[in-house]
Design a protein around this ligand. Sequence first.
Ligand SMILES: N[C@@H](CCC[C@H](N)C(=O)O)C(=O)O
Length: 286
Amino acid sequence: MSGTAFLKGHGTQNDFVIVPDPDGRLELSAAAVAELCDRRAGIGADGVLRVVRSAAEPDAAAMAGQAEWFMDYRNADGSIAEMCGNGVRVFARYLVHAGYAKPGELAVATRGGVKKVRIAEDAADGAPGEITVDMGRAVLPGPDDITVTVDGRSWPALNVNMGNPHAVAFVEDLAHAGNLYDAPATAPAGAYPQGVNVEFVVDRGERHVAMRVHERGSGETRSCGTGACAVAVAAIRRAGLNPAETGRAVSWTVDLPGGRLVIEEFPDGRIEMTGPAVIVAEGVLR
Ligand SMILES: N[C@@H](CCC[C@H](N)C(=O)O)C(=O)O
C-alpha cells in the first residue's frame, strides 16, 4: 500500500484509519488492515474505513441509487463487520472534509444497509457540529438465558442485534469487567456463531448509563456506537419504557471512556445516535 493516502479520525475516541479509494482500485487484505491498525508498528486504530463509491464496489452496487458512498469497515484484526456506528459519523465527517458532501443530510451505504446521517453545521468558534445517524431498528433475537463471565463473575445479558451482534450485561461496577483485553466468555455455546461485542453497563442517573466494551475483532475500545445503541435499548426495556408500547420517544445518555453519545428510540423502533466525529491527521503510507 506504499504511496496510499490516509487520514486518521475518531468518534468519542473510537479511532479509525480512513483510506480514500473512490474508484475501488485498492485490494485491502486482512493483513494490510491489521498492519495499519497496529498501534506500535502501524498508524494505530480500532478499525479501517475504506471510502469507496457504492457503484465501484460489488458488495454495495445495489445501494448505489440510494447512497453514493459505501463505508467498507474492517475491525483492527482485519475481520469484516456489518456495521460501525462511530465509523459512520467519522465517514460522514471525512466526506465533508474532502468536499464530497456538505453539512445537512446524507445517505451512507454500509453492509448493514443504507444509513441516513444528519451533519450539523460547525459552531461559530469552529467547533465541529455533531452528527446524528439513523441506526435503524434493534432486533432482540434471544435466547433469554445468555450469560457473560469475566474473572469468575457472571451476569445475565441481553442479546441485541444492531446489524452486528451485542451482549449487554448490567453490572455493579465497571471495574468488574476486568482488563477486557480478551473476549469475555458468553453462554450458551453457539448463541453467537459469528462472535459478539460485549458491553458492561452501570446506571449513572435518570436515563443515563456508563459502559465499557470489548469489541469483536478490536478488543477493548474507548467507544462503540452500535454498542451504545444496544445498551440504550437494554436500559429502555429494563425501565419498562419501550416506545413501541408507550407511543413516546425516549432518549438515553450513554457515557463511554472516550466521550458521550445520546441515543433516542422512537415509537416506530428507529434508533438515532448523536455524537462528535473529527479528523485529526492525514498523510501518505511509506
Ligand atoms: N466500533 C463500532 C463497531 C465495530 C464493529 C464491531 N467490532 C463488530 O465486529 O461488530 C461501532 O462504533 O459501532
